[in-house]
Design a protein around this ligand. Structure first.
Ligand SMILES: *Cc1c(COP(=O)(O)O)cnc(C)c1O
Length: 429
């Protein structure tokens, strides 16, 4: 244990971790491309994009330079009273990339706040219009963040038992998770849509969904056809459709955004994780112009009375603009396509061996189930250790092994990860 690890052991509380049984975490001292560098001189392949935030590799020089340049100019300014170029430009670019009149960007701090903002906006939108819509609807297995509102709509993920009594009631509909050669997908979708029809009454304000891929509950994927069915029904019922694209945004699913890939027009979109390329914590909730208009009026009560101290932090916005430049460059989209192709090839050859269950992929995300049980499954830690011994960071979700690499990963490294998974299936699974 080095000095830093000793200070950490005595004073730091780590997220989503049982400190009693955790080994001292390695000290990260640098990063380059898809690799994290440790104080021991190890190079660890970051197969989870450091909790799904990193798009272009660690310490990318273009983003680092943009942040440094902005820091020397203006680090932060109160956004209730000022605007600034990075915030205005980033908002305009997000609006130009998202479909339809998703033209209004509200900045916050992370994915959870992006979700809280969307839920509060949806409820106040109807209150401002004098409509009594107060209920929210979510999908089984959803995860939308760790603040109380986000937990309420994500409660079915089962992480939140300690706070059960505090969460507000939400209607939950089944999620038709699917995989390669799933013969039942249409029946599951029909069942979920029928359940949706049954609860979509005149009291429902908004339906929130992680489009195409439910992340934290195990990279559970659905078809675009299902999202289109959901969107039609939500629209017909007069409720708002919220796409939580905190994980799926910025190329993750193969399209620039999952809503574009699925051909669906949501009313509100939540962004974070990849928004700054993994450099700074920032969230954004993008609303349709019609929603924004309902908050205009002569009284302050009609306005959206919500804000965070660091709203629209200039450093985060500068990182976001630099990250978008990299994302929209041709070679990045090619790389995303290349990752998708390797995932598909390797999954289909794995499937022929009959090992693992429910192989699936969507864009740069690939997943396979390697056992039974939930988040506490014993297979996960064994798999993680097997990869770690081989210099790869994998973070299974219970018995689900998934790959979600930065877009800059070298093909040889991605194949090495798949080879490692095959070897693990022979020994630790
Ligand atoms: C990670 C995640 C969140 C929460 O984001 P934080 O930045 O961790 O608060 C919300 N929704 C989805 C879909 C996520 O994957």
């Amino acid at each position: 244990m080095n000095d830093i690890q000793d200070l950490d052991r005595r004073h730091v509380w780590h997220p989503f971790t049982q400190a009693k049984t955790m080994a001292p975490p390695p000290e990260a001292v640098g990063g380059t491309g898809a690799y994290i560098l440790t104080a021991e001189g190890e190079r660890i392949l970051d197969l989870v994009s450091s909790w799904w935030v990193n798009l272009h590799g660690h310490a990318h020089p273009a983003i680092a330079a943009a942040v440094a340049e902005q820091a020397g100019r203006l680090e932060q300014v109160i956004f209730a009273d000022f605007t600034h170029a990075p915030a205005a430009r980033l908002a305009a670019r997000l609006a130009s990339l998202l479909p339809g009149d998703l033209d209004r960007v509200f900045y916050s701090d992370d994915g959870s706040t992006a979700v809280e903002v969307a839920l509060k906006m949806a409820l106040q939108y109807f209150a401002n219009r004098g409509e009594g819509r107060r209920r929210l609807l979510a999908f089984e297995g959803a995860y939308h963040g760790d603040t109380v509102g986000a937990m309420s709509v994500g409660r079915s993920s089962g992480y939140f038992r300690a706070w059960e009594g505090l969460l507000f009631p939400v209607d939950v509909v089944s999620f038709p998770a699917t995989w390669l050669d799933d013969a039942e997908v249409e029946a599951k979708e029909a069942g979920a849509l029928a359940a949706l029809d049954a609860v979509l009454g005149p009291e429902v304000a908004a339906v929130i969904i992680e489009p195409l891929v439910q992340g934290a509950s195990g990279m559970r994927m659905c078809r675009p056809e299902f999202l289109r069915g959901v969107a039609e029904r939500v629209k017909a019922a007069g409720a708002l459709l919220v796409f939580d694209e905190v994980m799926t945004g910025f190329g993750r699913t193969g399209g620039l955004f999952a809503c574009l890939k699925a051909g669906v027009q949501p009313d509100l979109v939540c962004l974070s994780k990849g928004l700054t390329g993994g450099f700074l914590p920032m969230g954004a909730t993008v609303a349709r112009e019609v929603i924004y208009q309902a908050f205009l009026g002569d009284s302050i009560e009609r306005a959206f009375l919500h804000g965070h101290s660091y709203t629209a932090n200039p450093l985060g916005c500068a990182a976001g603009l630099a990250s978008l430049d990299l994302l929209l460059a041709d070679h990045c989209l090619d790389r995303i396509g290349g990752i998708e192709t390797i995932h598909q090839e390797r999954l289909s050859s794995l499937r022929k061996t009959g090992r693992g269950r429910h192989p699936r992929s969507c864009g740069t995300v690939a997943a396979i189930d390697l056992g039974e049980g939930g988040y506490g499954s014993a297979v996960g830690p064994r798999l993680k250790a097997f990869f770690r011994e081989r210099g790869i960071l994998l973070r299974p979700l219970g018995p689900v092994a998934y790959f979600l690499p930065p877009y800059c990963i070298e093909e040889a490294d991605l194949h090495r990860a798949w080879d490692t998974l095959e070897a693990a299936m022979d020994t630790v699974v």
